[in-house]
Design a protein around this ligand. Sequence first.
Ligand code: ADP
Length: 379
Amino acid sequence: MILIVDDSPENIISLKKVLEKNDFEVDTASSGEEALKKILKKSYVLIILDVQMPGMDGFEVAEAVSGYSKAKETAIIFLSAATANVNLITRGYSSGGLDYISKPVDMNILLLKVKTFYRIYEQSRALNEMQKALREEIEFRKEAERKKDEFISIASHELKTPMTSIKGYIQLLEKSLDKNDKETIRARLHKVQNQIEKLNVLIADLLDISKIESGKLKFNKQYFSFDNLLEHLIEVMQQSNPQVKIVKKGSVDGNIFGDEMRIEQVIINFITNAIKYGPDGEEIHINSEIRDNELYFSVKDFGIGMSEEHQQKIFEKFYRIEETSERFQGLGIGLYICQEIIDRHKGKIGAHSVLGEGSEFYFQIPLYSEKEEKKQPQL
Ligand code: ADP
C-alpha cells in the first residue's frame, strides 16, 4: 500500500486518482503528524511525501520514519521544489529507498518511479522468502540426518542384542551336547529359535521401512476370514506369552477384504506392544466387531499408558517415548508401518490412552473391496 502525505487536499485527490487507476492501493494523510501515526500502525511499501508542510515538514517525517522498525523496507518519494535539500536527507537515511520528484508533479514520471519501487519491493520480498525457505530446508536436512544417525545406532544395538544371545546359547549348546543332555539341548534350541525370530522381525521391519520410503510396499488383497486369522494368532501368542492372559471379545462373521499377511502384521504389532508395555499377570482385551460396514479391531492393555501429547506422535517414524525408551527395547517403527498398512486399506488407525492406566490401540477398515462396496446397502 502507498501512503500519500500532503497538506493540500487537491494534490492528494489527483495523486490518489492516478495511482488507484493503475491498481495501487492508496492511503492518505494530510499532515506529518497524522502520517507518523499511520506508519506506526501499518506497513507501507511506499510513502509519497510532500516536503513543504506546516507543522512537521517532509524531511522531519522521513527522519522519524527511519527509526521505525515497521518502515524498514519502506521507500520514500519526496515531492519537492528544491532538489538540494533532498540530497541532505538521503545521507542519513538507510531505509528501503529514496527518490524525489520536483513540483509540479509529472504524473508519468511519478508512475514510473512508483512502479520501479514496487518491483524492487516484490523482488526483495521474494528473495527474503526464498532465503527463509532455504534456511528451513537446511534445518530439516540437518534434523533428518540426526534422526538417521540415531536410528542407525539404535538399530545396530537392537540387532546386536539377539545376536549376542544366540552366540551365548550356541556355546552353551556345545557343552550340553558333550554331556548328551537332551532336555537342556531342546530348551536351549528353543531359546535360539526365539532370538532368531526376533532378528527376523527386526529385519523385516527394516525392509518394510525402506519399501515404504521408495513406494514399493506391495499389497495382495483378497477375501479372508478375519476370525480364523485372529483365533490362530491369539493361540500362538498366548502360548509364547503365558505371563499374560489374552481375552478375546466379539467376533466377525464372514470374510473381509484385505492383505491377510499385512493385517496379521498389524495385529501382532498391537498385541506385542500391549504385552511389552503392559504388566505381567494382567489381561489384554482383544475386541473385533463390525461397525457401519467396517471391521473394527482393538487391543487394550492395562500398562504404562501415555500422555495426550505422545498419543499424537507415536505413529511417526522412529518416534519413541523418551521417558520410557531406556526401559523398553524397540526401534519406533512398528506403529509407523501399521499406519501405512491401514492407510493402504483406506482405513483409520489410532490410540486412546491414559498415563499409568493403559492404552487401547484400534484400526478400522472397510469390509469389502471398493468394487463390492458400491453394491452394499448402506446401513
Ligand atoms: P517400538 O515399540 O519398537 O519402540 P512402535 O512403533 O511399536 O515402536 O511404538 C512407538 C512407541 O509408542 C513406543 O516406543 C512406545 O513408547 C509407545 N507405545 C506403543 N505401544 C504402546 C502401549 N501399548 N503402551 C504404551 N506405550 C506404547
